[in-house]
Structure formats: C-alpha cells, structure tokens
Ligand binder design. Structure first.
Ligand SMILES: [Co+2]
Length: 196
C-alpha cells in the first residue's frame, strides 16, 4: 500500500466511466439501463418469495425443486438470477451464504451485495468460524443447531429461506414479507418480528 491519497469512490467511478465511454466500450445509455434494472433488484423481492413459501406449500416445493423458475414465476428473473438455489433453514440446520471470490448474490431476489458481504473479512472468516462470525453479527445460534456455509458463485446464486417466526400464524403475505430482511436471505439473521 502506498500512502498516496486516493480519490473517493464516486470520483473514481466517474473517471473509469468517462474513460470507458471515451474509448467506445460503454455508452451512457448502458449505464442508465443498468441503473434502471438495479432499481428492480431488492431484497423485498426475496422477502415476498419467502413469505409465499411460508404460506403456500406447493410453491414452497417448487422453490426447493427449482428456485430459478419459482422466482421467475413471481417476476424475479434476469441478470445474475439465471440459476438460483433456495436453501431452507430447519430447526436443526441453519444456512449461510458467502462468495469467497468476490461478492456474488442473486440480484433479482437479494439485490446488489451489501458492503459487509463484500468485505475480505466476512468472506474469509465465515467459512472458518461461521458460528463466531454470526454471533459477532448479532445472531447467536444454539450449539445443537448445525450451520452450513454455502459458497455462491458466478454460476449458482443461493438464497436462504429462514424459519417462519412463531406467533405469525395470523399474518398475511404482506406482513410476513416485512419480517424478512436481506440479512435473513443471506443467513446472517433470522426472520424476526421486530425488523423493518
Ligand atoms: Co462473487
């Protein structure tokens, strides 16, 4: 590392974009198209998938069999969602997702990756010390619950189906989906009744 001052991300991004456009490798419309698409990629989509799986057993089965198609059925498809696999938490097993290489997520249902997910620390440590990392992130799992870490990649994008919280039997899909955060979809949190 040099101690040379580095411009902030915004300025660096603009500089790279300007160069790509100047060299004819990128058009301004491409950037706008991507930004428009990115508006549609959000964890609220994954939350709706989960809420439906909690309330519709046939959909849940389709999601477990072929999450790509089940998500597409709800309109959540496209770039970085070409092969989605849903991982169901159970009272005995908790799933957590990482991309150790970079920062892959299933964009249509999880949105773009949050900063902590991209951090070298999370990527390296969650593989070796999943319980400890989860605990540091506020999720204490009882020792009798197994933890499975899944390496997502450019080809396979995972989403976690968290356990439905108890006491939510009377809630409809809208209220249920409000319990599911991006963190729960990655597996570093539970679906809770106090979030969002
Ligand atoms: Co990646």
């Amino acid at each position: 590392m040099s101690d040379q001052k580095t411009a902030d991300i915004q300025r660096r991004t603009e500089a790279v974009k300007d160069q790509l456009i100047r060299k004819g490798l990128l058009a301004e419309e491409d950037v706008q198209h991507f930004l428009d698409l990115a508006e549609e990629w959000k964890p609220e989509n994954g939350a709706r998938v989960v809420a439906r799986a909690w309330t519709d057993p046939e959909f849940r089965q389709r999601l477990l069999d072929d999450a790509t198609s089940a998500c597409a059925e709800m309109g959540y498809t496209g770039l970085q969602g070409e092969y989605i696999v849903a991982l169901e938490n159970t009272p005995e097993l908790h799933n957590v997702v990482v991309c150790t290489q970079c920062s892959c997520t299933a964009w249509p249902v999880l949105g773009l990756p949050p900063d902590w997910y991209k951090s070298p620390e999370y990527r390296a440590r969650v593989v070796r010390q999943p319980r400890r990392v989860l605990s540091e992130m506020g999720l204490e799992l009882s020792p009798d619950i197994g933890v499975r870490v899944w390496e997502t990649s450019a080809e396979t994008r995972y989403m976690v189906i968290p356990l439905r919280p108890s006491g939510t039997e009377a809630l409809g899909v809208d209220d249920l989906s409000a319990l599911v955060t991006r963190e729960a979809l990655i597996g570093v949190a539970l679906a809770s009744q106090c979030e969002r």
